[in-house]
Design a protein around this ligand. Structure first.
Ligand code: SF4
Length: 355
């Protein structure tokens, strides 16, 4: 179930009933300020609530100070192996530290980071990854990998509680979708802390989006998960953000911008719907309102679907019937369909009325 506790990463509430937050990670060298800031601005524009930057070197933590100051959204510093970089990242103003307590040099080092984070009011994300479980859980991992992941996460949670640090969220990540689903379900029953969801190394834009949609969508539909990151092998981090938003919009967990409904087409289609839908999708990117637009190939389902949406088109032979807020307006030739539809949308948006 959704976490009972809430933390704040910068000004973004996580868990405890807050909207599911969209995260991504920069793919630039963090120390390359120009490239990193350009990517952060692009992901923020695409709708990222929070962004994570890798901090593997001293020069990255130095750059972090400027990044935190200039970023329009909160920054999480991603730290592995070197706890001193975590301490320096807190000094640099990071809004959250992501670390894996299993690879940061032992409980003493975790305690030092927790102490500094508490003093600075900075939360921590505890990351447990199927590729880096502690040695004492390797036998259990071979027997029951889900139990091993959850046990590792619970042990780290207990460590943080022993340190009297409770300002954290937890992520369990696996490349395996069923294991991700099962382990997060189990973990959500065992701990009250916010959960960050992701399928690690999910793959390319196509396969990674699908794997993430299945894994994260299943959990989110159950009410599990407080923040999400889609991991895709693309340099364009904003693509990850767009996929995350489509998942949240599909589950009606959050609203952002238009929703396009389009039929898959079949042998009844009698106009060039491919071109029309692609053009509508492209032009809708400029709109911020949660407009629902339906494009249906023919009258079979078209009349009902187009009239239920805010705006719609039902296709016929080389033409289409335009709908606006439930009313059929008029038939127009195929080449005028998109312009006529957007003239109606613009008229309505300009009127300032609520859709
Ligand atoms: Fe086929 Fe018409 Fe249904 Fe589209 S709306 S899939 S064209 S029957």
């Amino acid at each position: 179930m959704a976490s009972k506790r809430q933390i704040h990463v910068g000004g973004v509430p996580i868990g405890g009933g807050a909207p599911v937050a969209v995260q991504t990670m920069t793919k630039t060298e963090t120390a390359d300020l120009t490239a990193t800031m350009a990517q952060i601005r692009r992901v923020a524009e695409a709708g990222a609530d929070i962004v994570r930057c890798a901090v593997p070197r001293e020069q990255d933590v130095e750059a972090l100070r400027t990044i935190v100051r200039e970023s329009p959204i909160p920054i999480i510093a991603d730290i592995h192996f070197n706890y001193t970089l975590a301490l320096k990242a807190i000094d640099a103003g990071a809004h959250c530290i992501r670390l894996n307590p299993g690879n940061i040099g032992g409980p003493d080092k975790v305690a030092l980071v927790a102490e500094k984070a508490r003093a600075a009011g900075v939360p921590i994300r505890i990351g447990v990854n199927s590729g880096s479980l502690p040695r004492h859980l390797h036998a259990l991992e071979r027997e029951n990998s889900v139990e091993a992941l959850v046990t590792a996460a619970v042990e780290f949670v207990e460590l943080m509680e022993t340190l009297d640090f409770r300002d954290f969220k937890v992520s369990i990540k696996s490349t395996n979708v069923p294991n991700t689903i099962a382990s997060n379900r189990l973990l959500s029953e065992r701990i009250p802390y916010p959960l960050h969801l992701g399928i690690t190394e999910a793959g390319t834009k196509w396969s990674g989006s699908l794997k993430s949609s299945v894994g994260l969508g299943t959990l989110l539909a159950d009410g599990i998960g407080d923040t999400v990151r889609i991991s895709l092998s693309t340099f364009h981090a904003e693509e990850e953000v767009k996929v995350a938003w489509e998942i949240l919009k599909a589950l009606q967990l959050r609203e952002r911008g238009p929703v396009l409904i389009a039929c898959p087409t079949c042998g009844r289609l009698q106009f060039d719907m491919d071109t029309v839908v692609a053009e509508i999708e492209r032009r809708l990117e400029a709109y911020k309102d949660p407009i629902e637009v339906a494009v249906l190939g023919c009258a079979v389902n078209g009349i009902g679907e187009a009239s239920h949406a805010d705006f719609g088109i039902t296709g016929a032979k080389n033409e289409g019937l335009i709908f606006s807020r439930g009313r059929a307006l008029r038939k127009v030739p195929q080449e005028q369909l998109v312009d006529t539809l957007f003239a109606e949308i613009d008229k309505y948006v300009a009127s300032g009325k609520q859709l």
